[in-house]
Design a protein around this ligand. Structure first.
Ligand code: XMP
Length: 513
């Protein structure tokens, strides 16, 4: 396999990792680096192509992110996107100015000539635009290859020097033939062999971790979720027993989950690492006793988690590295600045204050969730873990409305187990973003046999969502819901009523608290 790479040079745009992801989907390894990366380092990296990203500035602004013109003379094909395109025009002597009107959103684009970049793309197609400046004059020797009603120069190129520029965003799904354009660049212009697989990511990452950590020791908070599991396995491949994974069992996991995590990572599991399971359910329950406010519950669970983790870490002593399963969407979300706190999110593995470590390692920082799952599968992690649906850090604590007790945990665990089993059995789980049972704090009258009951109501939730920011209630087949209801009221003591949550997000959230 050729060790080919595409370099995405980041000028501060919002879609930078998306570009990288699109290139990786074409089976070419791709890394995003800041525009401050020195030219020497780029030469050393020796990429087969470079992509300039968009960015928030105007090329003429005094604080604009720019690059030395020499980068265009390395003989490496370059594709400039949005601000990247304007920067290329500017560096080569073209003109950029404020457009008469900004273009934002889906825009008709007309392709001109027979550019290699637009090979196989319709003469009139739809692209995604987001700009206030535009290129008003191309550099000497450049050909205009596309225009829109506002932009006379929506794309230009100097093909003999392998320099290409597009004002629109081919990486965004709304650019209908964007993938084709990127693939033309990567395959035909950069001549990529396109043989990169997730296996290569694994080899590469493990090799880098070995160099970085050497004989050092690393500590990982394992939750049993996809991200921390994949991160832990990568680390264990790199440093084996120098990795210790601490699994804090807060007693708020789904039925059998704790045992499942231990089966995979514990002594009888498949991996070379130290695994410590801490059964902390007593202390969590004690702290939660009598607490009904959702935010208070979240805070207590989050803080107690950190305290238990710290206590374990203290027993281990100083470590060199703390492993975090941060993935790319976490990086974007944490960078969004101050928005209103709807819920104080707690990710198991959140940063403890008093653990003695020197540095954080985040081997999945550049990947999206589905890519993490692919890595997980390639690493041989059992599918039930790799395909695991999102599960909140505070666990069932926020799926039990009101006070959390051992009895209620057992009820919701059993009901949820039945629900998941039946939905999966019916094959109705494929499209669902998330589905689970929650225990309402409502008791109502029922009749069982000849007797009156006064028991809890279970709420079932199933949502369709692509980003978890918005969601709609899934229309599960009635037969499935009827079967689940029947089993829950018959098999789970303490429940005499089952309700289905039909609410979208917003106004509801996915979780109940
Ligand atoms: P909401 O309830 O806010 O949930 O609509 C959106 C998504 O986030 C998950 N969620 C959490 N995940 N820690 C997490 O790691 C949390 O504290 C937390 N709260 C909600 C929720 O399961 C859904 O996928």
């Amino acid at each position: 396999m050729k060790n080919e790479k595409i370099l995405v040079l980041d000028f501060g745009g919002q879609y930078n990792q998306l570009i990288a992801r699109r290139v990786r989907e074409l089976h070419v390894y791709c890394e995003v680096h800041p525009h401050t990366m020195p030219l020497e380092a780029i030469k050393e990296m020796n990429p087969i192509g470079i992509i300039f990203t968009g960015g928030p500035n105007s090329v003429y602004a005094s604080d604009a992110a720019r690059y030395d013109r020499e980068i265009l003379q390395l003989g490496i094909p370059v594709l400039g996107i949005c601000y990247g395109a304007q920067l290329m025009a500017y560096l080569m002597g073209g003109r950029v100015e404020t457009a008469p009107v900004s273009e934002y959103g889906r825009t008709e684009v007309a392709v001109e000539g027979d550019s290699a970049l637009f090979k196989g793309i319709s003469a009139n197609t739809v692209c995604w635009m987001s700009h206030t400046d535009y290129i008003s004059e191309v550099p000497r020797g450049a050909a205009i290859t596309a225009h829109t009603p506002v932009c006379p120069i929506a794309a230009f190129e100097i093909a003999r020097e392998n320099l290409y520029a597009v004002q629109f965003h081919p990486e965004v799904m709304h650019t209908v033939e964007g993938t084709k354009l990127l693939s033309n660049f990567v395959l035909d212009i950069c001549h990529a062999a396109c043989d990169w697989q997730m296996d290569s990511f694994i080899e590469d990452t493990v090799a880098k971790l070995k160099v970085k950590i050497g004989d050092g020791k690393a500590l990982c908070a394992l939750s049993g979720g996809v991200d921390s599991s994949v991160a832990a396995v990568l680390l264990s491949k790199a440093i084996g027993k120098n990795l210790t994974c601490v699994f804090v069992d807060h007693g708020l996991l789904r039925k059998n989950e704790s045992e499942e995590v231990e089966a995979v990572f514990g002594e009888k599991g498949h991996y070379d690492l130290n695994f410590i399971r801490v059964d902390a359910s007593e202390s969590f329950l004690k702290k939660l006793a009598g607490v009904t406010d959702p935010e208070a519950k979240r805070k207590i669970i989050g803080e107690e988690f950190i305290r238990v983790f710290e206590a374990e870490a203290k027993k281990i002593g100083a470590v060199d590295f703390l492993v975090q399963g941060t993935i790319y969407p976490d990086v974007i979300e944490s960078g969004l600045g101050k928005s209103a706190v709807i819920k104080s999110h707690h990710n198991v593995g959140g940063l403890p204050d008093y653990v003695d470590f020197k540095e954080i390692v985040e081997p999945l920082r550049l990947l999206f969730k589905d890519e993490v799952r692919k890595v997980g599968s390639a690493l041989g992690i059992p599918e039930h873990l790799v395909r695991r649906q999102p599960f909140p850090g505070p666990g069932l604590g926020i799926r039990i409305i009101g006070e959390v007790t051992r009895e209620k945990i057992k009820i919701v665990q059993d009901a949820d187990y039945i629900y998941r089993e039946e939905v999966a059995r019916a094959g109705a789980d494929k499209e669902l973003g998330q589905y689970f049972a929650a225990l309402t704090n409502m008791r109502s009258v029922g009749v069982m046999g000849d007797g009156r009951t006064y028991d809890y109501a279970i709420a079932l939730r199933a949502v369709l969502t692509s980003d978890f920011m918005t969601a709609e209630a899934a229309q599960l087949p009635w037969e499935v819901l009827a079967k689940v209801t029947n089993r829950i009221v018959n098999e789970v003591p303490g429940v005499n009523r089952v309700l289905y949550d039909c609410t979208t997000k917003p106004p509801a959230t996915i979780e109940f608290e």
